[in-house]
Design a protein around this ligand. Structure first.
Ligand code: NAD
Ligand code: IPM
Ligand code: MN
Length: 354
């Protein structure tokens, strides 16, 4: 029996609605695969937890989850209770940083049964590989008042190691896909970091003669996500550029409610973390209408990562069959509830192994 220890952090808002749904899907996987078992440990770390305890997680929080095989997280953020930079900084970003989850992998591809808002979508299949530990999200900077004006400096930090690492990941994964890697740059306007980014990209590309490379400025690349997404394969981007591109990728798929993500630890010292691209969606929380597909597709990425790609494939196939059957939540034009969509996905999983 393969028993996987999963640290479950539903977090805030719709995280608390979609995480239990995705766990139902994982339980159904354990029913299908007799040699596989999930052991969940639930952690109530959230903005409500902060209101009660003054921190987003207990002092030994990271110790508690460090030994798990993976972390499964919903979403963090309840700006009415805790400022976002405090809640996100104390939980999501802290885990990413301290557990050295240096790469964030975010697919954006056309699923069967999804209607893209693009007027003439060709079959696109993009994989965004986002730097997840430095860049524009650095904590370096500060605020001064010099007697005349208030000045805030936010440094973006790019290390050779960090940039090479995310690009190498991009090259490797492009080699397993369509062999095409696009780098998101802005070296025409940003004087230090982006020319360096280009330099490292060009240096590394010499070692991957079979990968076709392309560099696009982030502004133009954003437009290409809309006008010709089918020309993109793997896209490697800095932390902030990758963040923005992944909401754009979600939008062209048809909704941010379906977009998955994996925060990958490469050195094996800490677990990786799986959380969808979307946030806690306070505007729809509590109504039972959140789209569970982002969280469920994220569970599929976790299965792939934990060495169960066949089980992952069953989940994605079931998601597509459910969409084709038009069992959809409101964000993608349907009227089904969160749990009705999950029920349909689980039924479609069982159908596949009959
Ligand atoms: P959001 O992703 O929460 O919501 C943006 C829009 O998309 C909203 O209209 C929402 O209703 C809709 N939406 C999102 N997920 C959906 C789903 N599963 N089904 C249907 N509709 C969905 O982004 P936001 O409004 O910018 O942020 C809300 C809070 O979440 C903030 O506190 C923000 O900081 C936080 N946030 C957290 C994460 C994370 O934990 N990974 C990611 C993004 C935002
Ligand atoms: C994401 C989110 C986070 C990020 C925020 C909430 C800090 O937008 O996971 O995409 O910017 O990384
Ligand atoms: Mn984001």
């Amino acid at each position: 029996m393969k028993t996987l220890e999963i640290a479950v952090i539903p977090g805030d808002g719709i995280g608390k609605e979609v995480v239990p749904e995705a766990l139902r899907v994982l339980d159904a996987i354990a029913d299908i695969h007799e040699g596989l078992k999930f052991n969940y440990t639930h952690y109530p770390w959230s903005s409500e937890y902060y209101v009660e305890h003054g921190t987003m997680m207990p002092e030994n929080g990271l110790e508690l989850i460090k030994g798990s095989n993976a972390i499964f997280l919903g979403a963090v953020g309840d700006p009415n209770l805790v400022p976002d930079h405090v809640s996100l900084g104390g939980l999501l970003l802290r885990i990413r940083r301290e557990f050295e989850q240096v790469i964030n992998v975010r697919p954006a591809k056309q699923l069967r049964g999804m209607v893209s808002p693009l007027s003439n979508p060709k079959n696109f299949d993009i994989l965004i590989v986002r730097e997840n530990s430095e860049g524009e999200y650095s904590s370096s900077g500060g605020r001064v008042h010099n007697g005349i004006d208030e000045i805030v400096v936010q440094n973006a930090v790019f290390t050779k190691r960090g940039v090479s690492r995310v690009m190498e990941y991009g090259f490797e994964i492009a080699g397993k896909r369509n062999g095409h890697l696009t780098s998101a740059t802005k070296s025409n306007g940003i004087a230090h970091s982006m020319p360096f980014w280009d330099e490292v990209f060009n240096e590394l590309s010499a070692g991957y003669p079979d990968i076709k490379t392309r560099s696009e400025h982030i502004d133009a690349l954003s437009a290409f996500f809309i006008t010709r997404p089918e020309t993109l394969d793997v896209v490697v981007a800095s932390n902030l550029f990758g963040d923005i591109l992944s909401d754009l990728g979600a939008a062209i798929m048809g909704s941010i409610g379906i977009a998955p993500a994996a925060n990958v630890n490469l050195n094996g010292k800490y677990p990786s973390m799986f959380e969808p691209v979307h946030g806690s969606a306070p505007d729809i929380y509590g109504k039972g209408i959140a789209n569970p597909i982002g969280q469920i597709w994220t569970a599929k990425m976790m299965l792939d990562h934990l060495g169960e790609p066949e089980m992952g494939a069953i989940v994605l196939e079931a998601i597509e069959r459910t969409l084709e059957a038009n069992i959809k939540t409101g964000d993608i034009g349907g009227s089904s509830t969160t749990s009705e969509v999950t029920d349909a996905i689980i039924a479609a999983m069982k159908e596949q192994i009959r």
